[in-house]
Design a protein. Sequence first.
Length: 357
Amino acid sequence: MAEYPGVEDERRFAHDALAGVVAGIFRGSGSGADDAGLLSDHLVRADLRGIHSHGVMRVPNYAARLAKGAINPTGRPRIVKDRAGALVVDGDNSMGQIGGTFAMRQAIERARATGVCVATVGHSNHAGAMEYYVRMAVDADMIGIATTNAIPTMAPWGGIDKLVGLNPLAFGFPAGEERPLLLDIALGATAHGKMQIYKQKGAPIPQGWAFDDQGQPTTDIDAALKGLVQPIGGHKGIGLAISVGILSTLLCDAGYGSESGNMIEGPRTGRDGQFYMALDIAAFEDLERFKQRMDRIIREYRSTRLAAGVERVYVPGEMEDDIERRNRRDGVPLNEATIRNLAEAAALVGADATALR
């Protein structure tokens, strides 16, 4: 089951029991019961779908920032600009998942009247996996788009200074009989969190993941951590990352690039920004016809002839669906470091972590 070389054996936990522990940690950190439940749902769902980089492993860091007062545990997002299909949300320095969920709900509701609505969120923080938000739109029979900024870990193409974030973006498209198409990608070849695991194990990273601090490709983990993440697609990935960063920040007075923080000092409080769009399909096309055409696209994609050694192809989101089904049945896999860190975070705020034993 391990994704990385030498990772400790994992233990599995019922997702509802894990969600109870996580919600307890957030309640102990000052969040209200509803917010704690939403945060828990967001993070555990990421783990259920195999997106462990945005799952419960982040809880100790979130709890520490809440404890320091860097994030407002009771922040209440509010609309500060409102014009037809354009909304600007002030996240009130709340957890990014709180502001993001509020914004996408508002965008979906407004799109029922306007056809399309964009809600940008400033004064925000790390918002977790973008897939969560586009799935909200899909569940409302809409197309969802979500983007966010990130601390710079990449350089302009040909440069060596960290000025560009991985800046993820996500799309969600509903289908009919087939499962929805859900794409959630960052624009770098990897993330620092993944490289840290290789560092713990003393293993070289794969070719194509990183540059050293002089902009030369490297598989040496120490050189990579001092250096740069490689973008996907070379200069094209950098161009996309710049564009996503602009969408996520300049429409809501959030921090673009180095304004949002750095890898040494960490994120700057409340300087994250996000962009959420809901597009009501029925405003453009008959909904059932759209879904039927989506089914055809998905089936055609899946019917491709396979290259040697390949057992099947996956439509974006299908692999995560399969992982989620297995994890709901067998339990969410967590490595020992994550389990230990969760238990310590629970102890610090007096939350019940007996489910982790």
